[in-house]
Design a binder for this molecule. Sequence first.
Ligand SMILES: Nc1ncnc2c1ncn2[C@@H]1O[C@H](COP(=O)(O)OP(=O)(O)OP(=O)(O)O)[C@@H](O)[C@H]1O
Ligand SMILES: [Mg+2]
Length: 317
Amino acid sequence: MNQDHDTRVYVVCCQKGGVGKTTTTNNLAAIDAKVFPPQISQRLLDRIQALSAQPGGMDVVSHVAATRLLALCTGKDKLLDCPPAVLNDLRTTIGPLSRPSIAGVEEDAVHAALVAMLQEVEPQVLAISTDPQKSLLEWLTRVEKTRLREGRPMPMDYAQEDKNPHVLGKLKQMRRYRRIWVDSPGWLPGEDEENKKAILGKSLESADMAIVVIEPEDLAFTPTKQTINDVIKPAGIPFLVVINNWDPRDGEGDLNDTLTRCHKQGWPVAKTTVRRYKMHTSAPAAGLLCTSYKPNRKTSEAVQDYTELNLEITAGR
Ligand SMILES: Nc1ncnc2c1ncn2[C@@H]1O[C@H](COP(=O)(O)OP(=O)(O)OP(=O)(O)O)[C@@H](O)[C@H]1O
Ligand SMILES: [Mg+2]
């Protein structure tokens, strides 16, 4: 993989629990994985080429699986969606599509071959949970299982890292990833507070930006202010406040109050407000990320919030 790039690290945080840190982290990482889709490892490419060079060429099952895999990794869910140039690339990589027919191929066998190959796909995006509660891990494990069943590659790698804070300070050196999204724990005053602050402080050492999640409600303000003043400002890291979970049916009163209070503090606030949608709440149980929602008008609005927010964040830093 080409590692001639800057690895960007974004840390999503707020000491108030349940404001949407994990939801924001996973969905922003999923949008990033559309921009930087998983790549096929050189080892896998070599294996595919070796298989197709064998006498008689690649067996039909491997051939179909490899073709589908290459299509998936170029960001297309179906081979037929691939532009002709990509299809030509695929043909030269895995040999001519010379088999008379693939109609008789057992779907199960293709799936098994595809799953084996999926293990060697290299995501360019990493999501890390630093929260001992491990909700990011639980959610993404479910996403991975769902996608494996569907024969689709996991769009990003994920990891749990709440025990070795020193690792968190070095995330920027993990050159194999283009983008790293870090989910942080919330905390209550006096409740394992020092440890959680230390975890966040360490993550911030390698961060390009902190994303501070707030809900448009009065009680969210003080803990947000404490997080910014006690942990983020001392780290000297640029930050952006993101208003999450706004329900437009409640009107703009609370949203405008929150905006006014943030502006009075001089905090930078994202132009994109993430609206509340039931599909976001249901996604972890369904093993879904926002990029896999069934397309319709409502889902496209819901995904649009994360797409625009991602662009705002990554264009800024
Ligand atoms: N924009 C949204 N629309 C709908 N539901 C949301 C949205 N954002 C978050 N939620 C829901 O709110 C709840 C809390 O979200 P989440 O777990 O992401 O918060 P958190 O800040 O990570 O919590 P904790 O501090 O416990 O780690 C979850 O049920 C989640 O699905
Ligand atoms: Mg969380």
